[in-house]
Design a protein around this ligand. Sequence first.
Ligand code: MF3
Ligand code: CO
Length: 256
Amino acid sequence: MIILKSAHEIECIRKASKLTADCLEMLAKAAKPGLTTLELDQMAEQYIRSHGGIPSCKGYYGFPATICASVNDEVVHGIPSAKRKLKNGDVLSIDLVSKVDDYHGDSAITIPIGHVKPEVMKLLKVTEESLFKGIEMAQPGNHIGDIGHAVQSYCEQHGYGVVRDFVGHGLGRDMHEDPQIPNYGEAGHGPQIKPGMVLCIEPMITLGTYKVEVLGDDWTTVTLDGKPAAHFEHTVVVTENGPEILTMRSEPRLIK
Ligand code: MF3
Ligand code: CO
């Protein structure tokens, strides 16, 4: 069941989304070679709690941390660790959900650490662009399949893999609500998009195969061929006039 949000609920989601976006912006500036993913996680938790929020992922089905920190071939759900020191040339995906007044805000970015190979920078850029292509489709009267179709066709034009095993989602009082929003699919298919829907659109795109596997820690998801992946996500509210991005940062594009 897709829950349409009232103006009041949208204001609550807006607050949580702003906190999530501000925290990601802080983390993007802080991430440098030599820092561990656990240090970034601690900075995130401290930031969120000191600004009146709660880290939504911590304890979610037993997930132990505030951020998901996924490096290189890790696609999503990497667990922050003192053993994972960032190094020059890595790419780091940070996925963060925070809660304010019982509503969530969800966003993800992939950050280059130091100097990253041009072919990997291109993957980051195209993935971020594909997120905006998907968001553009979140118009009243369109269908959820239009979003995935836009993301998929753009990324596959560039020869990239579109991860199938994880999808975007609705959001509200729960971090994951209906509808599911695949990053692939057919235009005109799926539920019709209506004003009041809050949608998390989150392309997970790879340099090689779209096939992934979950490691023995039950969370960390890696590409089967070991090639790098990128992940960008925004929380979006559908209005009569089209999509509004609630997790927008002060610099709209991370990758220039
Ligand atoms: N932020 C993720 C998403 O986009 C969910 C994180 S999974 C968690 O759906 F278990 F770590 F919380
Ligand atoms: Co999400």
